[in-house]
Design a binder for this molecule. Sequence first.
Ligand code: 13P
Ligand code: SF4
Length: 301
Amino acid sequence: MNEIIEQIKQLKAEKSAIILAHNYQAVEIQEAADYRGDSLQLSILAKEAKADIIVFCGVRFMAETAAILNPGARVLLPVADAGCPMADMITAEQLREFKAQHPGAVVICYVNSSVEVKAESDICCTSSNAVKIVNSIPKHTPILFVPDQNLGTWAAKQTGRNVIVWDGYCPVHHWGLTLRHLNEVKAKYPGYKLLAHPECRYEVLELADMVMSTSGMMNYVAEHDEVILATENAMVDYLKYKYPDKKIEALSTAAICQNMKKTGIEDLLLALQKEQHLIEVEPQIAARAVACLDRMLELSR
Ligand code: 13P
Ligand code: SF4
């Protein structure tokens, strides 16, 4: 392991590369990375990076976002088929039909979407700014929200806005973190604060103490103890590794994103050695998708 880490360090320096890792990556990947974060933080870091190569340890939509925000860097996704099932739940064609059914509506797309869907959308959002983005839309303008029904519903309830949501969802949060888990775990750990990711169903979110992005959870745990996390399990692994004396429980230890788990330390090394797998986006699509992302980044300052 140490030898692999040494090789990674050497290649990074030789090739002027940086490694970004999402908070759901395995502990060893997060430790090998230069920066960790949630989707919004990593988008900003990618945009501002001065490196020639950005190795993105996460899933495809994240690497695509980095590639279009920083066209001067070559963005590599270590495992080519690390995708996001929720992002695949709507195509650009389906979004065009959805828009045709609701003329005059503004389209907000969750960053967990393909670059083609972003190109068809007006403004992007992430789990940490969805409420703010919904609030930024003029009061009487109808809003379409794709693809996550749960984040869209959560943002609608928080803002009191009428939001028409697409019926996509994250299988890990939607099916893997349920009311049954919540009742069992809350009974087992009375007094613990429940932090939930807004990709969970509304029935879970309304019983949570706080709803936040993955980095929101990281920051909260840095300052507090006795928490239950309703999100992908790698967060629990990483936080337990970082704070071995804190009491951190998972709402369900079975809530695992198989796509986030595809990247191992050897894949990261190979990505740097072979400069694989390069993310390429058609320039016309990229230009439209960047406009959608930039509107979000402008509001997130
Ligand atoms: P965050 O932006 O909160 O890190 O969420 C990304 C994600 O894919 C959650 O499933
Ligand atoms: Fe996609 Fe869910 Fe995995 Fe996040 S946890 S990358 S939303 S499948």
